[in-house]
Design a protein around this ligand. Structure first.
Ligand code: CU
Length: 160
């Protein structure tokens, strides 16, 4: 019984080998990109606004890394911003060294906190539009991400 299934398994494996599966191609996904993400969206800004905020959850399954920059064809510039209290007022500021993403951790860019600041749109954004942003990581390199523009009232997120 055991021997029979063993033989069957051997036959199956041999069969797989016979069709010459590209073993390298199958093994590749195991070395999946170190950076995973979800919930990538851009808040639809008011008409004629010169900035828009982008949010995303980043998960680093690899070694210590850092989000060092971002770019987007639809905007003149993309910065990485943080929020901080300045007296009684919450203000945002650019992170010149980017955002650390330690090994095995997740970082949320979300309303009221870290965000991508998309500056000087080349054309107005529309609700539901998909905007591709290229995130630049120190170690993991470039990660293209599709952000969905969503018409969400600012009050619900508390950015202001
Ligand atoms: Cu900002």
């Amino acid at each position: 019984m055991t021997r029979a299934s063993g033989l069957l398994l051997t036959a199956l494996l041999a069969g797989t080998g016979a069709v010459s599966m590209p073993v390298g191609a199958v093994a590749a996904p195991a070395a999946s990109p170190a950076i995973a993400y979800d919930a990538a969206w851009i808040r639809l800004p008011p008409p004629a606004a010169q900035v828009a905020a982008g949010y995303i959850q980043l998960h680093n399954a690899g070694a210590d890394d850092r989000l060092v920059g971002a770019s987007c064809r639809d905007f003149a510039q993309v910065q990485i911003h943080a929020m901080r209290m300045d007296g009684e007022v919450m203000r945002m500021h650019a992170l010149p060294d980017g955002l650390a993403l330690a090994a095995g951790t997740s970082v949320a860019l979300q309303p009221g906190g870290y965000h991508l600041m998309l500056m000087t749109p080349k054309r107005p954004l529309q609700d539901g539009q998909v905007v591709r942003v290229r995130l630049q990581f120190e170690r993991a390199g470039t990660l293209p991400v599709d952000f969905v523009v969503r018409n969400v009232a600012a009050a619900s997120g508390g950015t202001r």
